[in-house]
Design a protein around this ligand. Structure first.
Ligand code: GAR
Length: 191
């Protein structure tokens, strides 16, 4: 059966785009059935509309608590019969509400070789640090920031001093690694 994926994002959505395109072209044997976005004005919302994918875009401030909006998210994931949740630039920690229902089926991509450089602006953090080997990590999600058991990692050496060039390299690597990792999880029946 074709696996059903939800992508969570807060901003640009280039990883969403890569996953959605790979599903549409048959490179991933799955379907993106839902996009969840905590910033209704984010570019990813527009991208999802262009792909005709159902989107739940919400403003966290209009809910009394994180548990409240996560209950709504879980209801939508259940209704869409989602097999795998891919966090792709979703810049929020998950609470027990999401984890109790979907832990083990939620993965995240982070633009560093974890456990180094957790949090926002990881590429910039690493660049400022003078790192020579950058990379991307995909890991299962737990309640911690960019924590959880690592599924896949890829390194990329860079000794230049052009951060825009570095970011472009890392984003391209992210898109490939996300597609390959989802395929690996499907091939190994891990979702
Ligand atoms: C990606 O680089 C992703 O790894 C990062 O946000 C960016 C989202 O880009 N995520 C984190 O830093 C998570 N801690 P995108 O919206 O173009 O996919």
């Amino acid at each position: 059966m074709t696996k059903r994926i939800a992508v969570f994002a807060s901003g640009e959505g280039s990883n969403f785009e890569a996953i959605a395109a790979a599903c549409q072209s048959g490179r991933i044997r799955a379907q993106v059935v839902l996009v969840v976005c905590d910033r209704p004005t984010a570019h990813v919302v527009e991208r999802a509309a262009r792909h005709g994918i159902e989107t739940f875009a919400f403003d966290p401030k209009s809910y009394a608590s994180k548990a409240d909006y996560e209950r709504e998210i879980v209801a939508r994931l259940d209704a869409a019969q989602v097999d795998l949740v891919c966090l792709a630039g979703y810049m929020r920690l998950l609470s027990r509400v999401m984890l109790d229902s979907y832990e083990g089926r939620i993965i995240n991509i982070h633009p560093s070789l974890l456990p180094a450089f957790k949090g926002a602006n990881a590429i910039e953090q690493a660049f400022e640090y003078g790192v020579k080997i950058y990379g991307v990590t995909i890991h299962y999600v737990d309640a911690s920031m960019d924590g959880g058991r690592i599924i896949s990692q890829q390194a990329v050496p860079y000794e230049g001093n052009d951060i825009a060039e570095l970011e472009a390299m890392i984003h391209a690597l992210e898109h490939e690694l996300y597609i390959n990792t989802i395929n690996k999880l499907i091939a190994e029946s891990r979702i």
